[in-house]
Structure formats: structure tokens, C-alpha cells
Design a protein around this ligand. Sequence first.
Ligand SMILES: NC(=O)C1=CN([C@@H]2O[C@H](COP(=O)(O)OP(=O)(O)OC[C@H]3O[C@@H](n4cnc5c(N)ncnc54)[C@H](O)[C@@H]3O)[C@@H](O)[C@H]2O)[C@@H](O)CC1
Ligand SMILES: Nc1ncnc2c1ncn2[C@@H]1O[C@H](COP(=O)(O)OP(=O)(O)O)[C@@H](O)[C@H]1O
Ligand SMILES: [K+]
Length: 507
Amino acid sequence: MKLLSPAQTRALDQATSEVQGSTSLELMERAATAVFDWLLTELQPAYTTPIHLFCGPGNNGGDGLALARLLHGAGYAVHVWLLPADRHSADFAANHHQLPREINCQELDAARLPDLPADAVVVDALFGAGLNRPLTGLAAAVVAHLNTADALIVAVDIPSGLLADAAQEPDNPVVRAQYTVSFELPKLAFLLPQNAGFVGEWYVLPIGLAAEVIHKTPVDNYFVDAAFMQGRLPARTRFSHKGTFGHALLLTGSRGKLGAAVLASKACLRGGVGLLTVQVPAVGYDVLQISVPEAMTLTDSATDFVTELPDLKPYAAVGIGPGLGQENATCEALRQLLKTARVPLVLDADALNLLGANRELLALLPPDSLLTPHPKEFERLTGEPARDDYHRLEQLRTFARRHSCYCVLKGAYTALATPEGTTYFNSTGNPGMATGGSGDVLTGLLLALRADKRLSTLDAALLGLYAHGRAGDLAARETGEAGLVAGDLVRFIGPALRELTALPRRL
Ligand SMILES: NC(=O)C1=CN([C@@H]2O[C@H](COP(=O)(O)OP(=O)(O)OC[C@H]3O[C@@H](n4cnc5c(N)ncnc54)[C@H](O)[C@@H]3O)[C@@H](O)[C@H]2O)[C@@H](O)CC1
Ligand SMILES: Nc1ncnc2c1ncn2[C@@H]1O[C@H](COP(=O)(O)OP(=O)(O)O)[C@@H](O)[C@H]1O
Ligand SMILES: [K+]
């Protein structure tokens, strides 16, 4: 799915009306009906539940008024609160006109803001994507009032006061919703940790906006969902052989951190690699041979950490980092790798920390390398703490462009920035994956996909991120989130990849 800017969203609304020969009022009715259906199926309020709708002067308020009419028509006890304003949008006015007289509808007054019982549902339809400055005055007072109430808050389109795709001052008034119900496409704001306390759990409801217009709209950001990924992994042909899927080399492990080597190796094998060779320090030989019999093991001349590179000729891709440690001799091996490798590289964990501590190495990164930092590792890579999540995304884009690499920022909705300046946000995964070793599994899986010559760098990265999160979701069904460990992810890589495999063509 594409992530549109507020201006593009407005243009899409208009274009939809033109293409479909419908009015903006009809679109508003579709939006309100979608929220109405969502409320009844997801929240299932009792007929006695008081529903308070707070409506602003624009189209977001218009959505709220249309929703109030629909809820009233279905027998719910609704109360409408209007934010006084000099001007109202035309569709707000039309819905205000249509509001049945029996509905209790009052203007908000700073001196007498309404009591909101704990069992009430509050619909926040004050401001949507048209917000262009921080809320002040009565609107700010209403937001503060809603945020102190115990009622359950559902925001329409976006929590009022929040910008859809840009940072704002931390103390700006913003509604803290439990649920946000948006239309057609998600907003960038929903994907960033700093907004989680405002947005709550979010839903995107289809309202039939013109698909052909969305298709033609150029964007920098994508939300990677199942439909986006379906069929991206080519099926294996009958006469495939080990060579078809590549021979990967993994440089990994140090004393006490061979678990990372084992997890990454197993993930690489489950990721479908043709052959895997793992280079570990001598201390890891027995561990690897016994735990991962499918992999070939090379041992370093050093006992406790990796210090040297094997001949790189046989390999289709090289991964480096999990459990590696940060010894000087390891850093020299990394330098050699960056200087000599002519095949795709995947760099993670201590390989990234070494790059951060020796930033001159960044100039040696071969083009199209894939880096997988979490936010702390990314900060070490850039050496500059991010001001906020939007700034960090900007840094990620700049980094990928400057170093001609694909750089991941791990976490919920992991971001992938490409050298061309596009960012992809992954939709799969869950907090159960916040457990030691999950990242090592990702590295192994990505290495397998980079060794597969059938895949572009972008497809390999997207497939790896999506399948890793999906494996986490499948595993959590069995283990629960708290009980999930990184080894569980490995078991579900196969099923996750199977879901993404292209079906054979049929006539
Ligand atoms: N495709 C879609 O996404 C659709 C969107 N619709 C709704 O339309 C909304 C956008 O409507 P509008 O563009 O009218 O925008 P809003 O309803 O968000 O508000 C715009 C009005 O508020 C004023 N305003 C902006 N910031 C303010 C501030 N800080 N303090 C006081 N006033 C402020 C603006 O000058 C303008 O008059 C969406 O959020 C959504 O709820 C639906 O009706 C139909 C389909
Ligand atoms: N809340 C979450 N939602 C989705 N994915 C998560 C969440 N927390 C962690 N993950 C995923 O788990 C992995 C953790 O990687 P990392 O931080 O490198 O862990 P480790 O170093 O222990 O292996 C990343 O791929 C990240 O995206
Ligand atoms: K809103």
C-alpha cells in the first residue's frame, strides 16, 4: 500500500469524485458508514452505551455528524458536541442540516465541558487530515478534557491534533485515542513509536477511493502488506539444484556468543539457501557441527573470535555480524571483506558496531550492501542521535542514499530505505519478537535470500523482513508473545515463505 501525504489524500478525494462521478458528500457518507460498521462489529456497544461525538468545523466533523445520524438511526443514544467556528466546510453544513432534531446537539463551551462517564464511547471527529497548525484555545481545552476522561476514545481518520506525516512539538495538544479508524490507506504517523500513545490500535477501512488514481500517485513511502508481497518469491522449478539457490558464507560468533551463530545459520538454511558455509572461531567448531549439521564449518585460526577471511570465490553472498564481538583483529577481517567482496553483503550487529566505531570503513561498503541496524546500532553508525522518529527516518534515507546501500531500521514496522530514496515499512511481526536472537535469525534469512540470484536486492530484503515478521506471528499463535524465543522464529520461516511463493501460472 502507498502512504500518501495529506495534500495527495485531498487530491485523491477530488479525483475519486471526478472519476466515479460521485460527490464529496457521497464519499463522506461512505466514510461514515465504514466507521459505523466498524463500531458495530469491533466495539459492539450496548444500546445503553452513551456515545459522545465531538465534531470540528471541517470534513472530519462532517464525518462525525454523518456517523451520529447513522448511530441514531440504529437506535443508539448519541450526543453531539460541536466546536464553534466562523466557517464550516460545505459537507459539514450538509450533514448538520440532515442531523435529526431528536439528537442532542450542543456547542462546546470552555466553562462547561461535558462529563464523560467511564462507560461512554467518545468519537473524536474534531480535526482530521486538514490540520495545519497546533490546536489552541477551546479546541486545545477540549482535547485536554478528553484526555483526562476515562471513556473509550475512537479517533476518526487520525487523532485530533496529530499531523499525518510530520513531527510536531511534544507538548502540542493531541487526542490520546484507544482506536484510530482511518480510510483506504494508512498514514505515516501510525507507524512511528512516538505516536503510539495517541493513535492506539489502528484500522484502515476501504471506502472505494479510485484505485487507478492511487496507482498513478508517485510516493516515497510504502506500507508492505500481504497483498504487496504475494507471489514475490518465485516457485522452485522441477529441475532446480543446490546451485540455483546459491552458496552463502556466514562470518559469525565469538566465545559465549555462538548461539547467535547457530540461530543465524539455521535461519539461513530455512530461508532456502543452496549451501551454507559458516566461519566461526575455533571454540565454535563442535557447537556448529553438532547443532547445524546441514552447514559446513570453517574454523578461524583464533580460538575466541573471527580474525580472517576464507577465499571468497565460491560464495554467492556473505553475511557478517551476529555474535561477532568487536576485537581489533575482527575489525581487520571486516575491512578485508569490504575491500575484496564482489558479491552481495549482509551486515548486522557487531559488524555495524565496528562500522560505527571506524566510520572510515563506510566508504568501502560495496554498492547494494544490506545493513540491518536496530535504532541504537543505527545511532552508532551515524554518530548523531535523532531528534525524533521523523528525523531518524530522514537520517535513514540519507544514509542509504549516501552509501548506495539498503539500510533497515528494525523494530515494530521495520523500515527499509533504498539507495533511490524510497522507504518500505513492514507490516508483520509482534512484540513477542523483542527477545534476544530475533535479529540473528533475520540476518540468516536475509543472507539466504541475497544468495538467491533469482531475486533483486529489493525483493530479497522485502521478502526477508516480511517473512521474518510473519514467522513471528505464526510462532506467537503457538507460544504466545511472552513465550516466544528466537528459535521459534526459525521453525516458522518455511511456512512464512510458502505463503509468499508465486503460484504456477494457469490458463
Ligand atoms: N479520502 C478520505 O480520506 C476522506 C476524508 N474525509 C474526511 O475529511 C477530513 C479532512 O477534512 P478537512 O480537509 O475539511 O479537514 P479537517 O476536518 O481536519 O479540518 C479542516 C478545517 O480546520 C481548520 N484548521 C486546521 N487546523 C486547525 C487548527 N489547528 N485550529 C483550528 N482550525 C484548524 C482548517 O482551516 C479547516 O477549516 C479527513 O480527515 C476525513 O475525516 C471523508 O469525509 C471522506 C473521505
Ligand atoms: N514490537 C515488535 N514488533 C515487531 N517486530 C519486533 C518488535 N520488537 C522486535 N521486533 C523484531 O525483532 C528483531 C529484533 O532484532 P534485534 O534488536 O537485532 O535483536 P537481537 O540483537 O536480540 O537479535 C527485529 O527484526 C525487530 O524488527
Ligand atoms: K479526528
